[in-house]
Structures are given as structure tokens and as C-alpha cells.
Design a protein. Structure first.
Lengths: 273, 420, 305
């Protein structure tokens, strides 16, 4: 890896970062421009800065409510999936029993149906359970795509861990449970953190279920709230872009907080050898 | 582990919460937009409604204004026999579809005053001889033209082309802008041009006639607009908003759009404020000016447990007084012709009232059939293929007509009609 | 299996532990997913059209699937879906691998870069699609402005009226949005590779490419497999993005299978046929996943460890 010239890598990385940031920059410009100027010749800088779109977001649309809802729903889904998924993944990656391939295949198969085809039966199911327009009513369907992702990712991460430490703990008289919680989980921290972040954003972005299983602003999530900005014909571009910008902050903050975990673990030298 | 327990608790709490009793109150659920002037208005009108009706409560459900999303949401709820919402806010093309599916409460027993509405709106909301929805407000396609560039709106398609040539310049390069992306809007524009050429999508007997010579001429004319750059090629990717901005920024001579644009373009920031007017769409000899009928209808869900109370609310919201107020606040056009003589309407709407009525009288509903959305989809695809140059207009319309006929055949709708 | 009794007891205990660990995850998935999946398959075996109650809901066996075979629009949309999946997943894998390797280097501000890279993924798809529609607008879009400036084109390209050009913004938007997912996953995989292996190889005189080819890539294989599976799954079911960007147009030239199924199911209320289309999407993605697993020579843990 060291031969990978740091200079070249840095330059290429910088280019990629600019390419990544550019559409975001454009959204930022659009969010502070008067709407009428958006459809004129493109410009890299706002011709005139207005904050009306942001003001409308909080004064008129109470945009903090969908942000709260999204945080609760995506957060709960993530915590639930990572905890429950970690057990399952550990068993599949580390324990000897039959039917692993079947379990993995089944879990994966669940995510393979197009959302649009299961949204109607899920609605029926949630209505029977009385969960329409509730947080659990979103977390439950989110499990259909979040759980398979978590399990598969964690299985991969657990598999990669060196087995000798676990063996040593077992030989020292630790139970399987202790070996799992005391040795494996800390080792797998980077993988768990990555999985958590990915699951969180996956849930954060979900639209169709959130639209279908909520009834009002008190439970609607960010993507749904933004979609509701649209009128029958009118599209409030400025407000939509402002909302997109605002909504990235909680996610970015979370990623920033969690990404330290990704770097720790192996690079900290905890397992070398 | 703790979060697992918490999640389970949460689940049970929610399960328990769902069995609440309403305590003898009549609750009507009403879906609609939650913010904006229009939502405020509905809220105010409903407050007045419940004020003299003790024991009645109206609950709002916030639903998307975007037609596709709303349609999908309604389908899910209705198919699951959900008892809310009680009232549905339908796009004009959904009424027969929802009625055929058995999702709407027939309204005839309430004795609605159908004679007081524009006949086209009543026709669009009638399926199998029964009225299923009441027109709330109407939307019509109009030709916007620049009063600073032209003296009078064109009456014929040739005059329109002529005017585009005359009105275009370096700063006004876009000629005639309309909605040409592959979506429902394209069908409405085509319907208007088609009527102008004397054709129709389906005839009175319900047969598909969209491959008639008139239809081919209409589509050829639309394609020639793009080919001769009388309309920018971009219109084939445009919905309402893109054309509105093009016209609002002063870069087009003509625009086909709905009335919503009128109010927005009169505001500050618009380059054409005070410099535009509306007219009916043009027509060729043998055709007549045609406009596609749009707008919103109110209906009662067949699964509603309070249909009578829901009718009262529906009747209240579609009463003349509320329609006038709606026109004043949201600029939406009433569906009762008698209101167009009311001076309050003249003052309320941006479009001059007599002009609006003239355009409305030319309004034509899209084919009234439960399988409209599918027929429209087949047509949209072929129209778009012809316009972008993948097919000739004649071939495209022949293919569309064949596919539409097959679909109708397969549906068994004709047998059903014959039996009745 | 060992014949020694205590050994067998130990294995049984391990098996019990394993099943009790797997049970919660399996249980939840069964609870939420089994009914919807079964429902979809059941619907797909019927003629069922909500708009036509008079036709009832007769059992039709495989009729819907047979009808699909002669449905040109179905085959075309499958073709579009395969094309989109191959192009976007391929690009995402390459770019994501590069990004991950770059981010794996120690440099100042690495944490910030990692967070920043994820931003596109945190923007709801519906919004990022609108954004890209704007960037590729013929007049107001920056894409044409740049190409005109550089002199690559003479007049603005109307991206969305030709099939060949319409795919460009579609694929770019997807790559922009989901490369972060790929990069982060591969980065986690890279973090798990023992640095000493590289050091040893360096000492033995292996150059950067050889080390990448013979150490990094093989060790990264499990992570790559997971990336491929999940990205392919998502790309194959692409919906929002294309719905907003092209609506499937021009004509049906960019219509993916999910959009077709959406129209059949929720716009045209053909529950039977729409469900059958969904089942085909399911079967196809499943087949692709199996191909990946076999092709990359992964064992799912059945063999002895």
C-alpha cells in the first residue's frame, strides 16, 4: 500500500471529492437563490442571496418534526438491527451448525422483492397490528431491508477476524457468550460501526414505506416531508434544496461521531499478531 | 439487549393504544394538503362547518398533492378497506376507476344539484349512470400569450405559428412552450390540439378513434413545432413548472398551461407581470377550440362508517359560498357556471371571469372509463415516441390505437356496458 | 461428526447456542416478511384487476408468467435494467475501491473526508434525482454550460430526449449517490487486512500492483461480494431515480422493470400481473446473487471451518 504514491492518491482523491461535492454545492446555491433565477443561465455562485427558503422550512413547514421522526425511526431500526443482527451474524460466522447457507439465503431473499409489491400486503399487516402511523409501524417494515444488510455485513466482518484470540479465550475457560461479548465484539467494532452507519442511512433514505404507513406530519419522515412540498403542479425547488441541505447535517454529524470507531480497532493495534 | 426490550415494549404500547374509543363523537377524516393558503382555507371552512354541529369532529390527514403519490396512497388504503379517510379528493380521471373498483359511495341518494355544475364535470364524475363525486374546483388548459408582443391571440393553428414567428426574437427565442414529457400532461396537451383538429381519443360509443386522419394531423403538427424549432426541443422533457419558468422569464411567446400559472406569473419576480393574457386554445377549420378538463373532485369512501356526515361536509365544501372563497384565496375556478356572473368572482380570480367561462365551456373530459390510466399510459408512450422521432406520427397512433383496443377488449368493459 | 460423547455434547450445546442467537433475527424477518412475500406470490397466480371486480379473481396458474413471455415491454424493461445495473454497479465498484484505498491512507482530516464522502448518500433519492435533472437541464443545466465552454459541443444537448444521452445523467446520478456506500464498505474491509502482510511482501520485492493483486484483492473478496450483492440488488430494483429523471422516457427507452411493475400494480391496479412482474424481479436478483457467490468461490459457511 505504501508504494501507492501518496501524492498521486491525494490528487485523485481531491478530484473525486470535488466531483462529489459539486452537486451538493449546486444544491446549496439553489437553496439561497430566488426561485425565478434558477431557470436562467447556470451560475456557480448565487446571483443574489435570499434566506426565504430556509425561513419557510422552519416557520411554515415545521421541518424539525420530520427530522426528529427520521432520527427516531432510523436510529431505532439501526440499534435493533445491529444488536439482533450481531447475535445472528456471530452464530453464522463463528459457530458450527447446519443450515447456515439456507439462513443467509433466506435472509437475503427477503430484500429481493421490489418494495412496491410488498407495500400493499405490509399495509394490511400493519393495520391488523394497529401500527399504522406509529414509530414501530415504520421500524418493523424497515427491518425487511435493514436486517438482511446488517446480518450479511456483520457475518463478513466476523469471518475476517482472526480466530486465535477467541480460541484462547475459550481455552482459558470463557463461555461462548463471554468470548463473543468480551473478545469478538470489541474486535469487530469497526465493522459494527460501519454496519451501523450504513443501516442508518439506508433507513434515513427510505421513502415508499414511510409515505404509505404514516398519516400525518407527526410521524412523517424527512423524504416524505420533502415530497409533500410539491403542489399539484408547482415544485418549490428552493425549499426542496434547502430541506435537502438541512437534512444532511444530522447524518453528517452522526457519521463524524461514529467514524472514529472505524479507524480504531485494528489500526489501533489491538489485535496485531 | 435493553433496546430489544424497549422495542418490544414500544410495540405493545402501540398495540394497546389503537383500541381507543371515540366517545359517541362523529369523526370525519379528511385528507388534503397541510400547509399553504389552500390548506388554511380548508381548515377555516371546516372550522365553520363543525361550529354549528356539536358532536362532529373533522380530522385532517396530510396527503401529497402530487397525483401519482396520492393515487398510490388511496389505492393502498381503499384496497385494505380502511375506514379512513372518509372523504377522498380525486383527480378528475380517477372517479370511474375508483367507482368501478367499488371504493366510492354512490351519491345519487343524497340528491346532488348536478344541474348547477358544468356538464363536462358531471360527465367526468359519472360512472355507469351514477354520480360518484362532486366537482370541487376545475382546472383547464389555456393558451397564455404575450400582450407586449402581439395584438390578439391566434384563433387557428396557422395563426399561432405565424404569431410565433412574429413574436420571436433574440431575447424571446422559445416560441410556444408546453408540456411534452412522457406523462399524463402530454395527453392533455394532445387532447386539446386533437380537438382543435376535429378529432378525439374515443368517440361517443366508446370506440378508440385516436388513429383517425385528424389525429395524425394533430400529432404531425405538434411534431413539426419541435422540428421547426417553433417550440424548443426541451419541451419534450418538460412538465408544467419548466414551461411556466420559461414563459415567466420572458423567453416564450406562447405557453399552454393551467390557471395556477396565472397567479404566480403576476407576482413580483416575474418578467411578464402585466404583459400576458389567456385565450382558448386555437382550432383548425373543422375543429373547435378544445381544452382538457382537470381539477379536483370530492367523493365519499365506500368504506366510510359515517357516509351521511361525510356528505354534509362534502355538500358544505362544494356550496357556492365556499367555492367563491376558494377562488378568492387560492385562485381556483368554481365548478358552478352560475358563479361566473358574480362580481365577487370577477374580483377574486386573476383570469377574467367571462374569459374563464368561455374556456371552460370548451372543456372536454378525458375518456371516462375505469381503465383510463392504462389507456393514457399506452397513448403517452406512443405520442412521446412520435415526438422524439422514434416513430412516425401515423405509425405511433396506429400502434397506440391497437394496444388501446386490445386492452379494452381484454377488460370486458364493453360486454358489461352491453349487458346493462 | 466426532463419535466421542463429550465432544458431541459440546457440539450440541454449540448448536443450541447458535440457534438461539439466530432465532431473534429470523423471527423478526419471518414476522414482517413472510406474509407480504407469500401474498405477492399468491397474487401472481391469479387474474386480479382491482378496476374490474366483475372479472373476479380466478386462479390462473402460470398464465401471468406466460403472458410476460410475449410482452415486448417486459423484455425491453428487463434489458434496460440489466444495462443500468451493469453500468452503474461496475463504475461504483471501481470508484469505490479507489476511494476506499485512498481513505485507508493516514492523512490529516481523514475523518472529515470520510464524513464528507457520505453526504451524497444521505440526500433522499427523490431530491438527488431532482438535483441531477437540474444539472442536466438543456438550458439551465451546468453540464451543457461546461461542455459548451470547453467546446466539446456546438449547441446544448437535450439529454432526456434520446435514449443514448438520457442514460448518462441516470447512471452518473446513481454513481454519485451510491459510491459512498461502496467505498465505506470496502474501507471497512481494508481496515481488516493485516498491514504486516504488505510489509512482508514489500520486503520480498513485490511492487504495488502485485501486492494489490495478490494480497489486497483476495482478502477483500468477502467485502466485494457483499458490495456486489447489495448494490446489484438495489440497482436491479431502481425506481425513484429513473421515475424522477426520465419517467422511463423517451417513449419507454429507459424504463426499468420496477417502474413497469409499479405502473401495473399501483397505477393500473393489475395486481395479478404486477405481482408476477415483481416475482420475476425477485427470481432474477436471486439468480444473480447465486452466480456471484459461485463465481467468486465463496462458501456460505456450510463447509468445515
Amino acid at each position: 500500500m505504501r508504494g501507492f504514491s501518496r501524492y498521486a492518491a491525494g490528487t485523485a482523491l481531491a478530484i473525486l471529492l470535488v466531483a462529489t461535492a459539486f452537486p451538493f454545492w449546486w444544491a446549496l446555491v439553489a437553496s439561497v437563490s430566488p426561485e425565478a433565477t434558477l431557470f436562467e443561465r447556470p451560475s456557480l455562485w448565487p446571483r443574489e442571496i435570499v434566506l426565504e427558503h430556509y425561513r419557510a422550512l422552519f416557520d411554515v413547514r415545521d421541518f424539525w418534526i420530520p427530522i426528529r421522526n427520521s432520527l427516531v425511526v432510523a436510529g431505532t431500526t439501526t440499534v435493533f438491527c445491529v444488536v439482533v443482527g450481531a447475535f445472528a451474524a456471530y452464530a453464522i460466522a463463528r459457530l458450527r451448525f447446519r443450515g447456515k447457507a439456507l439462513i443467509l439465503g433466506f435472509i437475503l431473499a427477503v430484500t429481493m422483492f421490489p418494495q412496491i409489491s410488498i407495500v400493499s400486503p405490509l399495509y394490511l399487516l400493519l393495520r391488523t397490528l394497529g401500527l399504522i402511523n406509529s414509530y414501530p409501524g415504520l421500524v418493523l417494515p424497515y427491518l425487511t431491508f435493514a436486517m438482511p444488510l446488517t446480518v450479511w455485513l456483520l457475518v463478513t466482518f466476523f469471518r475476517q477476524l482472526p480466530g486465535d484470540l477467541e480460541e484462547a479465550a475459550l481455552v482459558d475457560g470463557a463461555s461462548r457468550w463471554q468470548a463473543f461479548t468480551k473478545v469478538m465484539l470489541p474486535l469487530a467494532a469497526p465493522g459494527v460501526a460501519t454496519t451501523g452507519i450504513l443501516t442508518f442511512i439506508y433507513s434515513w433514505n427510505e421513502f415508499l414505506f414511510a409515505l404509505s404507513f404514516t398519516l400525518g406530519p407527526e410521524r412523517q419522515t424527512v423524504p416524505v416531508a420533502i415530497a409533500l412540498f410539491r403542489g399539484q403542479y408547482q415544485v418549490p425547488w428552493g425549499q426542496i434544496m434547502a430541506a435537502a441541505i438541512v437534512a444532511t447535517f444530522p447524518v453528517a454529524a452522526l457519521v463524524l461521531a461514529f467514524q472514529r470507531r472505524i479507524v480504531q480497532g485494528l489500526t489501533a493495534g489491538a489485535v496485531k499478531g | 439487549m435493553r433496546s430489544l426490550r424497549a422495542a418490544t415494549l414500544l410495540l405493545f404500547a402501540a398495540l394497546l393504544a389503537c383500541g381507543e374509543d371515540d366517545g359517541g363523537e362523529t369523526v370525519i377524516t379528511f385528507p388534503g394538503s397541510a400547509v399553504g393558503a389552500e390548506a388554511e382555507l380548508v381548515r377555516r371552512q371546516i372550522e365553520r362547518f363543525v361550529a354549528d354541529r356539536p358532536g362532529v369532529r373533522v380530522e385532517f390527514q396530510r396527503t401529497p398533492d402530487d397525483a401519482t403519490q396520492r393515487h398510490q396512497l388511496y389505492v393502498q388504503r381503499l384496497n385494505a378497506r380502511s375506514d379512513d379517510p372518509d372523504i377522498l379528493q380525486l383527480d378528475v380521471i380517477w372517479t370511474p376507476e375508483f367507482a368501478a373498483a367499488g371504493w366510492l359511495h354512490p351519491l345519487d341518494r343524497f340528491g346532488p344539484d348536478t344541474a348547477d355544475f358544468f356538464p363536462a364535470t358531471v360527465r367526468a364524475n359519472t360512472w355507469d349512470g351514477t354520480l360518484y363525486a362532486v366537482p370541487w374546483f376545475v382546472d383547464v388548459g389555456m393558451l397564455y400569450w404575450r400582450t407586449d408582443l402581439l395584438d390578439a391571440p391566434p384563433a387557428t393553428f396557422e395563426a399561432l405559428v405565424e404569431s410565433v414567428r412574429r413574436g420571436s426574437s433574440e431575447t424571446v427565442p422559445r416560441g410556444f412552450v408546453w408540456q411534452g414529457a412522457r406523462y399524463e400532461g402530454l395527453v392533455t396537451v394532445f387532447l386539446e390540439v386533437l380537438g382543435g383538429f376535429g378529432g378525439a381519443i374515443m368517440d361517443e360509443a366508446g370506440d378508440v378513434v385516436v388513429d383517425s386522419p385528424e389525429a395524425v394531423r394533430a400529432l404531425e403538427w405538434m411534431r413539426s413545432l419541435v422540428e421547426r424549432r417553433l417550440s424548443p426541443r426541451e419541451v419534450l422533457t418538460w412538465h408544467e413548472e419548466e414551461s411556466r419558468f420559461a414563459f415567466q422569464n420572458g423567453t416564450a411567446v406562447f405557453m399552454r398551461n393551467w390557471p395556477y400559472a396565472y397567479t404566480l406569473m403576476g407576482r413580483e419576480g416575474s418578467r411578464v407581470a402585466g404583459d400576458f393574457d389567456v385565450a382558448p386554445m386555437p382550432a383548425a377549420p373543422g375543429g373547435e377550440p378544445t381544452t382538457a378538463l382537470g381539477g379536483s373532485q370530492l367523493a365519499i369512501s365506500a368504506h366510510s362508517d359515517v357516509p351521511d356526515a361525510a356528505w354534509e361536509l362534502l355538500d358544505y365544501l362544494t356550496a357556492p359560498e365556499q367555492m367563491l372563497e376558494r377562488a378568492e384565496v387560492a385562485g381556483q375556478l368554481p365548478s358552478r357556471p352560475s358563479l361566473y356572473d358574480d362580481p365577487r368572482l370577477e374580483a377574486a380570480i386573476a383570469v377574467p371571469a367571462d374569459r374563464a367561462r368561455e374556456i371552460l365551456e370548451a372543456a372536454r373530459p378525458r375518456p371516462v372509463t375505469p381503465i383510463y390510466s392504462q389507456l393514457s399510459e399506452l397513448l403517452q408512450i406512443e405520442l412521446h415516441r412520435a415526438l422524439v422521432g422514434q416513430k412516425s406520427p401515423a405509425d405511433a397512433l396506429a400502434d397506440a390505437a391497437r394496444a388501446m383496443r386490445e386492452t379494452i377488449e381484454e377488460s370486458g368493459i364493453r360486454d358489461l356496458e352491453a349487458r346493462r | 461428526m466426532s463419535a466421542v460423547a463429550p465432544r458431541r455434547g459440546f457440539e450440541a450445546a454449540e448448536r443450541r447456542l447458535a440457534w438461539s442467537l439466530v432465532a431473534p433475527a429470523l423471527g423478526v424477518i419471518l414476522l414482517v416478511a413472510l406474509f407480504p412475500l407469500g401474498w405477492t406470490v399468491w397474487e401472481s397466480l391469479h387474474v386480479h384487476d382491482l378496476r374490474m371486480p366483475w372479472r373476479g379473481k380466478p386462479f390462473a396458474g402460470l398464465d401471468n408468467y406466460v403472458a410476460m413471455a410475449s410482452d415486448g415491454r417486459f423484455w425491453a424493461s428487463m434489458g434496460h435494467t440489466f444495462f443500468f445495473t451493469a453500468a452503474s454497479v461496475g463504475l461504483e465498484l471501481l470508484l469505490g475501491l479507489f476511494l476506499a484505498m485512498a481513505m485507508n491512507q493516514a492523512f490529516r482530516g481523514r475523518g472529515l473526508v470520510r464524513a464528507a464522502v457520505l453526504v451524497p448518500w444521505a440526500i433522499p433519492t427523490v431530491v438527488s434525482a431532482l438535483l441531477w435533472r437540474f444539472l442536466f437541464d438543456a438550458e439551465a443545466g451546468i453540464a451543457n454550460a461546461v461542455l459548451l465552454d470547453v467546446g466539446l459541443i456546438e449547441e446544448p444537448i437535450v439529454w432526456f430526449i434520446r435514449a443514448s444521452t438520457a442514460w448518462v445523467p441516470v447512471i452518473l446520478a446513481d454513481v454519485w449517490k451510491t459510491t459512498p456506500f461502496v467505498a465505506l464498505l470496502l474501507l471497512a474491509g481494508l481496515q481488516n487486512i493485516d498491514e504486516s502482510l504488505h510489509e512482508a511482501a514489500s520486503v520480498d520485492g513485490a511492487n504495488a500492483w502485485q501486492r494489490f493483486r495478490h494480497i489486497t484483492l483476495p482478502l477483500l473478496k468477502p467485502a466485494i461480494l457483499v458490495v456486489l450483492i447489495f448494490r446489484t440488488l438495489d440497482a436491479f430494483r431502481v425506481f425513484d431515480l429513473i421515475y424522477v429523471l426520465t419517467g422511463g422516457g423517451p417513449g419507454t427507452s429507459t424504463e426499468p422493470i420496477s417502474l413497469y411493475a409499479f405502473n401495473a400494480l399501483l397505477q393500473n391496479l393489475q395486481f395479478g400481473y404486477g405481482s408476477a412482474l415483481s416475482v420475476v424481479v425477485f427470481a432474477t436478483t436471486f439468480a444473480i446473487a447465486v452466480l456471484y457467490i459461485k463465481g467468486l468461490g465463496m462458501d456460505l459457511g456450510e463447509g468445515p471451518r
